[in-house]
Design a binder for this molecule. Structure first.
Ligand SMILES: [Zn+2]
Length: 90
């Protein structure tokens, strides 16, 4: 029997993440933890140049996410204090 608070390995994230990674990401809703502005990801202001992109809140410039393309990999940073994205799954 597994204890209810025992950690599980990362494989248990496959199902929930496959729901949000299969949808149009720019439609995801974001709420800025700094100024409380909310809106779709498409309204964020993105600074480059590539391969590193930084998306910021259009009201207060707080960083929402960082995206870096490296060869055949994509790094996505959603650090602490970057707010939360809400994805529609249905
Ligand atoms: Zn903001």
């Amino acid at each position: 029997m597994t204890h209810p608070t025992a950690p599980r390995d990362g494989n248990c994230l496959a199902g929930p993440l496959s729901e949000i990674l299969a949808v149009e990401p720019t439609a995801a809703w974001w709420r800025c933890p700094h100024c409380a502005r909310s809106g779709p990801m498409a309204q964020l202001q993105v600074y480059g140049p590539e391969p590193g992109l930084t998306a910021r809140c259009p009201s207060c410039a707080h960083i929402a996410l960082r995206l870096v393309k490296e060869h055949d990999h994509l790094w996505l940073t959603l650090g602490s204090g970057t707010g939360a994205f809400r994805f529609r799954t249905a």
